[in-house]
Design a protein around this ligand. Structure first.
Ligand code: SF4
Length: 73
């Protein structure tokens, strides 16, 4: 499973980092940093996708294709 960031959408709210601090963090410039795109902690990754207010995250488990977050167009 991979977590993907749509950089054009991401506004640096950091809510995802709060939901999955082992996977995501904001750097000193407020840019989202993905610690590891290969996700083994699905529960936290899914929580991060859910809390993003601009649907900038999605999970791709490689089986059924990408799973967009809520509100994704
Ligand atoms: S919650 Fe969404 S907009 Fe905020 S930093 Fe995470 S991906 Fe970016």
């Amino acid at each position: 499973m991979r977590i993907e960031v749509n950089r054009a959408r991401c506004e640096g709210h950091g809510l995802c980092a709060g939901a999955a601090p082992a996977l995501l963090r904001l750097d000193d410039d407020g840019e989202l940093v993905v610690g590891s795109e290969d996700v083994t902690d699905a529960a936290h990754a899914e929580a991060a996708v859910r809390v993003c207010p601009v649907a900038a995250l999605r999970l791709d488990d490689g089986a059924d294709g990408p799973r967009p977050g809520p509100g994704a167009a």
